[in-house]
Design a protein. Structure first.
Length: 135
């Protein structure tokens, strides 16, 4: 039940975070071509202090990538070592460009030594006509 609540909270944060960013894009059909990515990172507890700067640098660098609408990091409240990256891209092409950039490739190499479970990245797309993400 706690995991489900965490997923619901993460989805809500995506909606709240993307709302202001999407509001200025009325001419773009974000709901039809946008991509939402949720990445779960399970950091080995003894490596959290070393992993945090790697995570923070990646988030900061990624916010400036072309086609990024939202790029946030959240953590699961009951733990200190579970992190989620919440990413919203204008299009699948923007996502593909992001994962090919040197800082993303370097991040994936650097974080590997700190994670205790496989890198869990999941792509989602908008499936209805409910409009852009708003709070």
């Amino acid at each position: 039940m706690k995991i489900l609540r965490g997923v619901v909270v993460a989805a809500g944060l995506v909606a709240m975070a993307a709302g202001p960013a999407v509001a200025g894009l009325a001419s773009e059909n974000i709901k039809a071509k946008g991509i939402v990515v949720v990445t779960h990172l399970d950091i080995i507890p003894t490596f959290v202090d070393q992993a945090r700067p790697v995570l923070n640098r990646f988030v900061d660098d990624s916010r400036h990538d072309p086609g990024v609408i939202v790029f946030k990091m959240i953590s699961w409240d009951p733990t200190t070592n579970h992190f989620q990256l919440i990413e919203v891209f204008e299009s699948e092409n923007a996502y593909e460009e992001h994962i090919s950039l040197p800082h993303t490739i370097q991040f994936r190499r650097d974080i590997q030594q700190f994670i205790g479970a496989p890198y869990d990245e999941r792509l989602y797309e908008y499936v209805n006509q409910s409009g852009p993400i708003t709070p």
